[in-house]
Design a protein around this ligand. Sequence first.
Ligand SMILES: *Cc1c(COP(=O)(O)O)cnc(C)c1O
Length: 236
Amino acid sequence: MNIYIFTANKTNVDIAGNIAAIKNQLPEKVRLVAVSKTKPVEDILAAYHAGQRIFGENKIQEMVKKQELLPKDIEWHFIGHPQTNKIKYIAPFVSLIHGVDSFKLLKVIDSEAKKNNRKIACLLQLHIATEETKFGFNTEEVFEALDSPEFLNLKNIVVCGVMGMATFTEDIDRVRNEFRNLKTIFDSLKMKYFQDKPEFCEISMGMSDDYRIAVEEGSTIVRIGSKIFGERIYQH
Ligand SMILES: *Cc1c(COP(=O)(O)O)cnc(C)c1O
């Protein structure tokens, strides 16, 4: 395991102050995921002591290690792209998997949840950005997945909504349009498949640089890393 998760925060970032400032701007019903990827457990504890309970990670091994070391009332959200053969490591404890972008992944999550005798909450990731590199279902694929009879056999997943990432750009109109598009897709999925499912209510969109726009466009969960913990330094 990489050593960085044990090294203390030396950058004098005011983690508690940053959380308070962000919370202050968020409507009460919008949840904050503190994205702690690459950050040491000390930083997570600083956020925890400031009252933060939801943390987001994008690497399986890193999340498992941190979960072992940290208080058990933390809600761990997986925001990355899990390899299907590694889902088993987070299945016992993960609270919400944001980046589900294939039917195959839904099936694996379902079967690992079943082995743990629990249900795992998932968000369907939609490809809303114009960039090639962003993951996610396109609109047609997501309808196809939900139309498939096999979907109804997945009893150990709970589909709670959608997730998306906007294009990395200064063009805020474009970002706003992409978020608006995700909200529209959410609304049509809700109408067609989840009208009687109150748990289908989440739109995970918005990061450090675009969460204000995301909230204006209907986000219910924002995923914020660098605005809380400072810039990430990648060591590999
Ligand atoms: C890293 C990451 C974030 C947080 O990014 P910041 O710009 O540091 O807030 C949010 N969502 C996902 C999927 C990420 O991978």
